[in-house]
Design a protein around this ligand. Structure first.
Ligand SMILES: Cc1cc2nc3c(=O)[nH]c(=O)nc-3n(C[C@H](O)[C@H](O)[C@H](O)COP(=O)(O)OP(=O)(O)OC[C@H]3O[C@@H](n4cnc5c(N)ncnc54)[C@H](O)[C@@H]3O)c2cc1C
Length: 574
């Protein structure tokens, strides 16, 4: 039942963060034994591959890292960890050059040969570098080729279920995995472990991230009693496709460029509702447009499937077909004519700003455990700029690789695992085999509804309390539910059960953190506390589980680089 492996560095996840970490760790010390374990197939899973729009980087002489930094801080409503945000914008320059010159990516160019930067919402400069609207495929394909060319062990279709500490509890000892193909457990002992499982708010009725993401990383960190920050911050993208309940295409993103190019949002009665709410109309920020859409839907002014419409035809169907080829084809696959007709859309959960607290070098409170990418908290604060997500995973993945190699050189050695904890985690993962009956599909549907209705785009105390109560009930029912099939090889119902457990555990933290934050910042909107509060005394939430009970506190944001009311751009001009 349990096989044991030993490696120097264990990387959990193979998105931009995991793959960059593997490359940089190998480069830092080729003698290190490196293992990448991933729930899907290497290069084919996770959200980095799904990146459409592009990668934010200040390359143009008219732009600057200071400008990119200020956009990130102001977009994050003054909640980002400023050193993390600074390192993101500064290192993005180096990382994009590495992607092109060493990894082999080729991004779109201007006629003079410089990299083309497109416009993205919330930014004061057109700095989003891209490969058409398939940027993620270019990045991940090239990265995957580089990782395959190195002596890196690959554990594909291996799901991490627990981080296992050392016997003395003072550092990490490794991680427990399930080989999804055989159902066998593997304990991988490692000197350093990187958590790069990519967050992913897939507990909402409408969501964009890849199906392999179910917040496993944050659920594992929570169980180790590690601190998570900004857990109330879930980003909704306004234009998720609404193609009916029985297709996975529902929730997938129709790119922001549609609104940017002049697309109109209409309610079920055909009215253009954004014009009266914001001078920028449909071009207002993602969070605001999502909120206005949710209000229309709540008032019942909806389309046949319960959403709203996007209309592009007034821009000229030929132009739309030419400029948004991929989007036109995606809509046609679902029976919609984007160029000449109306397409049903709905706000969709897109990105998770919350995550495990870490230092700029990606180290966490637990020695030997590192975190990078969407699992890490603090970089984006209350909102992530489109284009800063893939920059975050590749910048910090690379840093994690270097840090882990250096950490092993200084603190190395494999630690003996806490065998009691390993035994308990083995039992925990097999719990559903000891239960009978239950209806996982109904439980998943309930979870999607609770999060959408009570912990979603618009929140208030009564709804959040109601949501927490329902989440407790779903969890209790899940823990009493079993599996119809006792075979462990490729038992996808078992993995659905485990997915649901992680999602419910993290959902409870989202709801509790949202209840704690009594103001509205960025992606978090409280109808009962609509003001943003005093920026100068901004706080961020820190959630930690202790002895099974969740504790949430607020900590002051440290304005180490710039204070509210100041700007690095003004300082540079003086
Ligand atoms: C449709 C879409 C479009 C996007 N467009 C953009 C964009 O234009 N620009 C931008 O900056 N950002 C964009 N993003 C966000 C961006 O994709 C992510 O922020 C970023 O790629 C996350 O990288 P990551 O390495 O942290 O995680 P991912 O790339 O998601 O990788 C996570 C990895 O962890 C693995 N994993 C999960 N659970 C486990 C487990 N239990 N055990 C082992 N492995 C596990 C997964 O299989 C996967 O390999 C987009 C996201 C989506 C969904």
């Amino acid at each position: 039942m349990l096989e044991r492996l030993k490696t120097d560095i264990l990387i959990l996840g193979s998105g931009g963060a995991g793959l960059f970490a593997a490359l940089h760790a190998h480069r830092a010390n080729p003698a290190l034994d490196i293992t990448v374990a991933t729930k899907g197939l290497l290069g084919k899973c996770g959200c980095t591959r799904m990146v459409q729009g592009g990668y934010n980087v200040a390359l143009n002489p008219g732009d600057s890292v200071e400008r990119h930094f200020m956009d990130t801080i102001e977009g994050g409503k003054w909640l980002p960890h400023q050193q993390l945000a600074w390192t993101l914008v500064e290192k993005a320059v180096e990382r994009v050059q590495e992607l092109e010159n060493e990894i082999g990516c080729f991004f779109d160019r201007n006629p003079d040969g410089t990299l083309h930067g497109k416009a993205f919402a919330g930014q004061t400069f057109d700095r989003t570098v891209h490969k058409g609207d398939l940027t993620g495929i270019e990045i991940v394909n090239r990265l995957m080729e580089q990782v395959w060319a190195q002596p890196v062990r690959r554990l594909e279709e291996h799901r991490a279920v627990a981080l296992i500490p050392a016997r003395d509890g003072k550092s990490i000892a490794g991680a427990l995995l399930i080989d999804i193909r055989t159902g066998l457990f593997r304990f991988v002992r490692a000197q350093a472990v990187l958590l790069a499982t990519g967050g992913g708010p897939t507990m909402y009725r409408y969501h964009t991230p890849s199906g392999d993401k179910s917040m496993d990383g944050l659920a594992m960190a929570l169980r180790l009693e590690l601190p998570l920050r900004d857990m109330e911050m879930v980003q909704f993208h306004p234009t998720g496709l609404l193609a009916g309940p029985d297709t996975r295409m529902t929730g997938t993103v129709l790119e922001e460029g549609l609104r940017g190019a002049g697309g109109h949002l209409l309610n079920g009665g055909g009215e253009r509702f954004m014009e009266t709410r914001d001078p920028r109309a449909e071009r207002a920020t993602r969070d605001f447009v999502s909120r206005c859409m949710y209000e229309e839907m709540r008032a019942g002014r909806t389309t046949p499937h319960g959403g709203l419409h996007i209309k592009m035809s007034h821009l000229g169907p030929d132009k739309v077909r030419r400029e948004f080829k991929g989007m036109v084809e995606r809509c046609a696959d679902c029976g919609f004519d984007l160029a000449g007709g109306l397409v049903e859309v709905v706000p969709t959960a897109h990105y998770f700003m919350g995550g495990l607290i870490c230092e700029v070098d990606t180290s966490t409170e637990l020695p030997g455990l590192f975190v990078a990418g969407e699992d890490a908290g603090g970089v984006h604060g209350a909102n992530r700029l489109g284009g800063n997500g893939v920059a975050n995973s590749t910048v910090y993945g690379g840093i994690a690789g270097e840090t882990m190699a250096a950490w092993i050189a200084g603190n190395g050695g494999h630690r003996a695992a806490d065998e009691d904890m390993l035994g308990a985690e083995l039992a925990r993962a097999q719990l559903p085999f000891a239960r009978k009956g239950g209806d996982l599909n109904r439980l998943r549907e309930s979870l999607l509804d609770v999060m959408w209705d009570d912990v979603g785009v618009i929140r208030d105390a009564a709804g959040l309390r109601r949501g927490l109560g329902k989440l407790d009930a779903i969890e209790a029912e899940l823990l009493a539910s079993g599996l119809a099939d006792g075979d462990r090889a490729f038992n996808l119902t078992w993995h659905d059960w485990l997915n649901l457990r992680s999602l419910v555990e993290v959902s409870k933290v989202i709801a509790a953190a949202a209840l704690k934050r009594e103001n509205s910042r960025g992606a978090h909107y409280r109808e009962d506390f609509p003001g943003e509060g005093d920026l100068a005394t901004s706080t961020f939430t820190v959630a930690r589980q202790r002895d099974g009970a969740l504790d949430i506190v607020e900590e002051p944001v440290q304005f180490t680089i710039v204070k509210p009311g100041e700007s690095l751009l003004k300082q540079a001009a003086e």
